[in-house]
Ligand binder design. Structure first.
Ligand code: SAH
Length: 472
């Protein structure tokens, strides 16, 4: 059997809720939000309901269900934990042709209350006709994640301008085009920033004839996190869902790209270690070309886009060329690799400072302030250091770090094939060689690294010097 979906206008209409517990409270809160006049029948009320009754926000009819309670009622919700009472309510209400919902009992209900994604005035109601509540919950979570909170204000704003737009743009096709441009352009971006006034200005500009001007796209600089797609932010997911074009780096996981809009144009601009990827200038040119063509461009980078990712240069370029942009931060490798290796980056007993540095190539290595990096009671997270471990070890020892300082090397952090190697600083390069460490890998140096042996929780157990000795 297929249900007929409806949205009910309950403003000022009497709704009877039978039952006064937690479940009734949830239902009543939603009914009040819809402006219903709530009559609650129950021998006793949940304290919150008792307070609302005392404030006159709802009306309490004490006692056990009686047919009189149905007088002048439009809708009944039976929310008691007594099956007999629920049946009795459903029968009495049905006899009077009053729509009835019995909580968690599809068979007794003549109306079902759907799961709702609320972006009022937009509301999405989901029902499986009582067959699969679990599936419905899952769907609701998905929609909650993908639909951002600008949706409500967006609908409200368009609602206010609907007549004006209709009067100004007579042709239905032209109107559709105008709506498209409005939705994809600065109006929506302004609402996401919570700037209603700017959104309204953008819409007015479009209405004044800006609709024929060439449309300017935008670029979102988005952090994809270190690999595990679960570490994407909701904003990153939303931008990926809307993107027309995605320029991504090598470090962006395949699973992350899977989540992007199917028909987006995907361009691999990846730099591989040791190999040359697309030159930065060529990436800039692509960003500009696609944005100027009016597309929504996502520049997707591993980890956080502005931590050793040249995000800053790209922003400077976009600003210089007048392309609107936004930045969606990501979980950077140091945070993610440490977490997935069981290494707390700070610890009251061991480290009060965390330093992020990059150690790619001789020149970078020589330019670093090793005295600061080697200071005690600090945690050092080194990016791009896999090829320079010997130099790193020498510098840290030369600047006062003890030979027995613990390190943890995290290879392919957060991915299914993550490996963690732990040991003492003086054996850093030797251990990495012995276990054929491959990039991408993150190096953590400091007392906290030793905790990996005890606190590891993800993937294979850490590899230690003892494993090395056993293998030798
Ligand atoms: N913007 C990125 C860093 C880019 S530099 C971020 O915020 O994470 C690339 C370096 O990041 C790699 O050489 C490696 O040191 C580190 N890295 C990135 N992803 C990693 C991963 N999954 N596991 C280990 N290291 C990683």
């Amino acid at each position: 059997m297929k249900l007929y979906p409806l949205f009910a206008d309950l403003a000022g209409r009497t709704v009877l809720v039978v039952g006064g517990g937690e479940v009734a409270l949830r239902k009543i809160a939603a009914l009040l939000a819809a402006g219903a006049a709530v009559r609650v029948g129950a021998p006793a009320l949940h304290p919150q309901l008792a307070q609302w009754a005392a404030q006159g926000r709802i009306r309490h009819v004490p006692g056990f269900f009686h047919e009189d309670w149905l007088e002048r009622v439009w809708l009944v919700i039976a929310a008691t934990d007594d099956a007999g009472t629920n049946r009795q309510v459903a029968a009495a209400a049905g006899a009077r042709r009053i729509w009835t919902n019995v909580v968690d009992d599809a068979a007794l209900s003549s109306v079902h209350v759907p799961a709702v994604v609320d972006r009022a005035p937009v509301q999405i109601a989901i029902s499986s006709g009582g067959t699969a509540p679990m599936l419905v919950r899952r769907l609701r979570e998905r929609l909650e994640a993908t639909l951002d909170h600008a949706l409500g204000p967006l609908a409200a704003l368009l609602g206010r301008y609907r007549r004006r737009i209709r009067a100004r743009v007579r042709d239905a096709g032209a109107r559709r085009a105008l709506y498209q441009r409005a939705l994809d352009g600065p109006m929506t971006a302004a609402l996401r920033r919570g700037d209603g006034a700017a959104a309204e200005r953008a819409l007015r500009r479009l209405l004044r004839g800006g609709a024929s001007a060439p449309m300017c796209g935008s670029v979102a600089l988005v952090g994809a996190g270190p690999g595990d797609p679960g570490l994407l932010t909701l904003n990153a997911l939303r931008r990926l869902n809307e993107a027309d074009v995605i320029l991504y780096d090598r470090l962006v996981g395949r699973d992350v790209l899977e989540l992007a809009r199917r028909d987006a144009l995907r361009i691999d601009v990846g730099k591989r270690a040791g190999e040359r990827g697309m030159p930065q200038a060529a990436i800039h040119a692509l960003l500009l070309e696609h944005a100027r063509a009016g597309r929504r461009v996502v520049r997707l980078k591993g980890g956080d886009p502005c931590v050793f990712g040249r995000g800053g240069e790209e922003l400077e370029f976009l600003r210089a060329h007048g392309v609107p942009y936004e930045v969606v931060p990501g979980v950077t490798a140091a945070l993610a690799c440490a977490a997935y290796a069981g290494v707390p980056l700070t610890h009251r007993d061991h480290a009060h400072v965390v330093q992020f540095a990059t150690a790619r190539g001789r020149t970078t290595l020589d330019a670093l302030d090793w005295r600061a990096l080697a200071a005690p009671r600090r945690t050092l997270a080194l990016y791009m250091g896999a090829a320079e471990l010997d130099g790193i070890r020498r510098q840290l020892l030369a600047h006062g770090r003890g030979a027995d300082t613990p390190f943890a090397l995290v290879e392919n952090g957060t991915c299914a094939d993550q490996r963690v190697i732990v040991g003492r600083l003086d054996e850093l390069a030797a251990l990495a060689r012995a276990h054929a460490l491959r990039p991408p890998a993150l190096l953590i140096v400091g007392e906290v690294a030793a905790l990996a042996s005890r606190l590891a929780w993800f993937g294979a157990a850490p590899i230690t010097a003892a494993d090395f000795a056993a293998a030798a």
